[in-house]
Design a protein around this ligand. Structure first.
Ligand code: ADP
Length: 670
């Protein structure tokens, strides 16, 4: 056609035609596609500049050549046939739609093309124009997209959990086979392209879900609401017993990615764990209850053992021989040891069941240290250990603590320092540290120390750090109690120890917040109590009413008082009767058991305090429950003193003496 165009250029001039020709030529030359025009025989009659560029030929090389020169050899025969066919019914259309078409460059390389064909009516007959576009770039991009999407699909497929993607119109875009295997049962045909409503309704019809009594409409609404507003997770139950957790997240395009986990195993494990935990808790609390009531039960016979042993020891009417006294000493020592064990176990079980209460108040450290020193002194001297108490710096004068428990902790530390000390060594109690909020009280020794491998466990119950088989008595619960008590009081404990060199244990307790000296709270054990009603009575006998229901305790008290000729003891088994007896007989002292059937010792004492006829009569509480909670109630009840069982005879005697002597001039009649 180039030739015909040229010829056209030489045609008789007419300005309009020339202009048209020029414009067309330029249009053809600048077209982005390669334009090739062929005649009925398939010969190239016109090409543009883009054809030269695309196929690597010069125009002259192409004109007059068969069009098949631009086609890879293997397609040529086929192409020639099609070409002939096309000339029979020529119309504008894309060539070989659905086929991958290729062009052949002069250098023999191929490239993908897209071709559109159109017939041209000319004076010389029908020609065919083909616009050829190089689509290598597009094909490459498409292949890349395909690769990315294939990778994505195989990643999605490889996920074991169910996964589905919905578009903003709530239609499924893709899902993996795990998802399909559950939901396809409810959907006929392809699942992709279905809306969430269609998939859900299909699943409901197929009975895939166990709605657990929830009406289907409510269940459906819950699921669709979650799809619309995916906050948190949605838990479902399948009818074959699986537990599923759905997590939906919104995509940037406003669609939803839905992940469904099968949590059947987790749910089962969680349930098993809960059951196991409940069982363990029940067992642990049963154990603590058992220990607690057992210890209580053990204390009662121990009362008799220790009480009567003390009576024998002090029996003036028929004194024991030296030998008997020595043996009795063993009974008492064993009994006291047993008592300490029981108290420890009781403490531990109280702490574990959360029944241990502490009453915090500002406590003077020096006073507690002095108290602890006097308690430990006999033990230290028996062990040949020097007990040293350091001076307490003024600024560390007070801590917030439960006085009794604070002392108990230091006694624990101190008795360990003595037990695990070496004869001739030293145990030192002192205040250390400069923390403005805390006071550290440390107990150090130069004893056997604790091997490193045992150090991590010594605050755990029943851990004896290698002493299990040694000669030193212990249970391994002292430090556990110490740590828990310290924590109950808002404090903490710690230690350092070097095997063979010694140990240092400490407790950190908070200082009182208020700087003002607190008024000492009235405390039953320190209260001034009622003035002794006996001061003026000279040699008269003293009436004591003992309210107690336990026969062995009654027998013990009878025996004890029988030693004192001028004490008249009346025993009453219930508080209800007891207080009436007190009102009628106006005794000098009442000894009150706390755990009585019916009215308790507290209530009875309160009553006595409130009646004008009895309010002046001192009441000594005697209780097996050495509980701190009890002690706080002591103040309310208004006891003169609170003593714990097993009765320490000397303690009871001192108290009675104090009461009977009043101004100190009278002595307990003997
Ligand atoms: P125990 O009744 O055995 O003394 P504790 O709970 O008081 O129980 O102490 C636990 C263990 O820690 C002890 O058995 C002992 O091995 C070790 N221990 C505690 N205090 C000291 C100390 N001051 N020196 C050496 N060892 C100690």
């Amino acid at each position: 056609m180039a030739s015909s165009a040229d010829r056209g250029g030489e045609a008789p001039a007419q300005g309009g035609h020339r202009l048209e020709r020029d414009v067309f030529r330029q249009l053809i030359e600048t077209a982005p596609d390669a334009l090739v025009i062929i005649d009925r025989l398939g010969r190239i009659v016109l090409v543009n500049a883009q054809t030269e560029r695309l196929f690597g030929y010069d125009r002259e090389d192409l004109l007059g050549q068969s069009i098949e020169i631009l086609i890879p050899g293997r397609f040529r025969a086929q192409h020639a046939l099609h070409r002939v066919g096309y000339f029979k019914t020529p119309r504008a259309r894309a060539m070989g739609s659905g086929l991958e078409l290729s062009g052949l460059r002069r250098d023999g390389t191929e490239f993908p093309v897209e071709i559109s064909l159109a017939p041209l009516e000319t004076e010389d007959g029908v020609l065919i124009s083909s616009a050829i576009r190089d689509v290598s770039e597009r094909k490459r991009a498409e292949a890349e997209v395909r690769l990315v999407s294939d990778r994505l699909l195989s990643a999605v497929e490889s996920i074991q959990d169910m996964l589905a993607l919905y578009d903003a119109e709530r239609r499924m875009v893709l899902c993996n086979s795990a998802f399909r295997s559950l939901f396809a049962r409810g959907v006929e045909g392809a699942i992709v392209g279905r809306t969430i409503e269609e998939i859900l309704d299909g699943s409901l019809r197929a009975g895939l879900f166990e709605t657990g009594g929830e009406p289907t409409s409510a269940f459906r609404k819950r699921c669709l609401d979650y799809h619309a507003n995916p906050v948190g997770t949605l838990e479902l139950q399948t009818s074959d017993g699986r537990a599923l957790r759905v997590t939906n997240r919104r995509t940037l395009e406003g669609g939803i990615v839905s992940t469904i986990w099968d949590i059947t195993d987790d749910v089962r494990k969680e349930k098993e764990l809960q059951t196991a935990r409940a069982l363990a808790e029940a067992a642990s609390s049963a154990k603590s209850e058992f220990l607690s009531s057992m210890s209580h039960e053990l204390r009662t016979p121990l009362n008799s053992i220790l009480g009567f042993a003390q009576l024998l020891q002090r029996d003036r009417k028929s004194p024991l021989t030296e030998r008997q006294l020595e043996r009795l000493e063993h009974v008492l020592k064993g009994g006291e040891h047993l008592l300490r064990l029981i108290d420890d176990i009781l403490d531990l079980s109280r702490i574990e069941t959360g029944r241990m209460t502490t009453s915090l108040e500002p406590v003077r450290v020096a006073e507690v240290l002095a108290e602890v020193k006097s308690t430990l002194a006999p033990m230290a001297s028996r062990a040949g250990i020097t007990l040293v108490v350091g001076a307490v710096p003024e600024q560390a004068g007070e801590v917030m603590a439960d006085r009794t428990r604070f002392a108990q902790i230091l006694i624990n530390y101190g008795s360990n320092a003595i037990k695990y000390g070496r004869p001739g060594g030293t145990a030192t109690l002192e205040v250390k540290g400069h923390d403005p909020k805390l006071v550290r009280v440390s107990v150090s020794d130069d004893g056997i120390g604790i091997p490193v491998e045992h150090q991590s466990k010594i605050f755990e119950p029943f851990q004896r750090a290698g002493q299990e088989t040694g000669p030193i008595e212990g249970t391994g619960i002292g430090l556990t109690i110490t740590k828990r008590l310290a924590e109950l009081m808002g404090g903490s404990v710690g230690f350092e120890s070097v095997a063979g060199k010694g140990s240092e244990f400490w407790i950190d307790l908070p200082r009182p917040v208020a700087l003002v000296e607190q008024e000492a709270a009235p405390h039953a054990t320190e209260s001034s109590g009622a003035p002794s009603p006996l001061a003026a009575e000279g040699g008269a006998s003293y009436r004591v009413v003992y309210i107690e229901d336990n026969p062995s305790n009654i027998a013990f008290m009878r025996e004890l008082m029988a030693d004192f000729d001028r004490v008249a003891l009346v025993t009453v088994p219930t508080a209800e009767v007891g207080i009436e007896v007190v009102r009628d007989t106006q005794p000098h002292v009442v000894i009150m058991d706390i755990n009585l059937p019916g009215m308790s010792g507290y209530e009875a004492t309160k009553k006595l305090r409130s009646w004008p006829e009895t309010s002046h009569i001192p009441v000594i509480a005697l209780s097996a429950a050495a509980m701190v909670a009890d002690r706080t109630r002591v103040a309310d009840a208004g006891f003169y003193r609170y003593l714990t069982k097993p009765v320490r005879v000397s303690e009871l005697m001192e108290t009675l003496e104090e009461l009977f002597s009043g101004s100190g001039t009278q002595q307990l009649p003997q």
